[in-house]
Design a protein around this ligand. Structure first.
Ligand code: SF4
Ligand code: SF4
Length: 288
C-alpha cells in the first residue's frame, strides 16, 4: 500500500481509502464490518463514512469494524465522518452521535460536508457549523476539521484559501478534472504552507522574551543550539553549536534552578527546562 501525506493534517493516509457509502445488505452489520476489517488488513487506513449513508447504517458498520481494528492494533487507522448541517448545535449533536456509533473517542477527520454553493458556505459559517467543528477540535473530539465539496474549482480554491480546513475531499477524475483543477492547485499550496509551518513548530526564534533569567542562563543561545536537534542534525551538532558558536558549557545549563519563569514568558511555549536538561545530558555523555 502507498501512503501519502494528507493536506495539512500531518497524517499519512493510504492512497486507496475505504468509502462507506455502498454497503449491501445493510442490516448485516457484522458481515459488512468483516469487509471493512479485511481492507484494513490489506493496508487501508482511511475509512470514510457519514450519517445517512446506507440506510443510516454505515457509521454503525464502520463502528463495528473499529472494534476489530483496535483489537488487532497492528496499524494506525483513521475514521472520517461528516455533518451537512449549518446550525452549530445540530452539528454538535450529529458529531456526538457519530462518536457513539463509531466507537471512537475522537473523529480523525470531521468534514463540513457537501458544500454546493458559496452561499451555502456562508451559511455554514453564519449558522455556527464551522465554529462548532473547531470547538470540538479544541476539546479533542475531532483531530482535523476538513471539508467535502462539489464546488467548481475556483470557488473551492477561494474557500480553501480562507485557511479554515486542514484537508479536502473532492471528486477529481478524467471526467471532471478541468472543472476542479484550481481547487487542487489551491489545496497543494495550502498543504505546502502547513508543512512548512509545522516543520518550524517547536523552534526557538531567538526573540529573547524569556529573559532575564535569575540564574543568568543564556536561554536563547541554549535553545538555538537545541534547534539543531529539531533540524534533524546529530547530537554532535548541538554540542558544536553550543561550544564553538556560543562559547557555552554544561555548567551554563546546569545553573538553571527550574523555576519555570522563562517558560511562562516564552512566545513559542517551549519546554525550556526539559531542553536544558537534554543539553546537559548530551554534553555529559560526550565527556565520558
Ligand atoms: S527555569 Fe531555569 S532557565 Fe528558566 S528562568 Fe528559571 S532558572 Fe532561568
Ligand atoms: S522566548 Fe522562547 S522562542 Fe523566544 S528566545 Fe526565549 S526560548 Fe526562544
Amino acid at each position: 500500500m502507498l501512503y501519502k501525506p494528507y493536506g495539512r493534517t500531518g497524517k499519512n493516509i493510504s492512497a486507496a481509502a475505504f468509502g462507506g457509502m455502498r454497503f449491501k445488505n445493510t442490516d448485516d452489520i457484522d458481515g459488512n464490518a468483516a469487509i471493512v476489517f479485511r481492507a484494513y488488513q490489506k493496508g487501508v487506513n482511511y475509512f470514510d463514512t457519514a450519517p445517512g449513508y446506507c440506510d443510516d447504517k454505515s457509521e454503525l458498520i464502520i463502528g463495528a469494524a473499529v472494534k476489530h481494528m483496535r483489537a488487532d492494533g497492528s496499524r494506525e487507522f483513521y475514521v472520517a465522518t461528516k455533518s451537512g448541517e449549518a446550525d452549530g448545535a445540530k452539528v454538535r449533536a450529529q458529531l456526538e452521535q457519530s462518536l457513539r456509533r463509531l466507537n471512537v473517542e475522537r473523529i480523525a477527520f470531521f468534514h463540513i460536508w457537501c458544500l454546493l454553493t458559496l452561499e451555502g458556505w456562508a451559511q455554514r459559517k453564519k449558522g455556527g457549523a464551522v465554529a462548532a467543528a473547531l470547538k470540538a477540535k479544541a476539546e479533542g473530539l475531532v483531530e482535523h476539521v476538513v471539508v467535502s465539496s462539489h464546488l467548481p474549482g475556483d470557488e473551492l480554491a477561494a474557500v480553501l484559501q480562507e485557511g479554515v480546513f486542514e484537508g479536502v475531499t473532492m471528486g477529481y477524475c478524467a471526467a471532471n478534472f478541468p472543472y476542479r483543477q484550481k481547487a487542487l492547485d489551491a489545496a497543494r499550496v495550502e498543504a505546502l504552507r502547513g508543512r512548512i509551518l509545522s516543520s518550524f513548530d517547536g523552534f526557538c526564534t531567538g526573540c529573547g522574551y524569556c529573559l532575564p533569567c535569575s540564574q543568568n542562563v543564556p536561554i536563547p543561545r541554549m535553545m538555538d543550539a537545541y534547534n539543531q536537534k529539531l533540524l534533524g542534525s546529530k547530537d554532535q551538532s548541538v554540542i558544536k553549536r553550543l561550544r564553538w558558536h556560543w562559547g557555552l558549557e554544561q555548567k551554563d545549563a546546569l545553573a538553571c534552578s527550574l523555576c519555570g519563569t522563562c517558560e511562562q514568558r516564552c512566545t513559542q511555549k517551549l519546554p525550556i527546562r526539559e531542553r536544558l536538561g537534554e543539553i546537559t545530558r548530551l554534553v555529559g555523555q560526550q565527556k565520558q
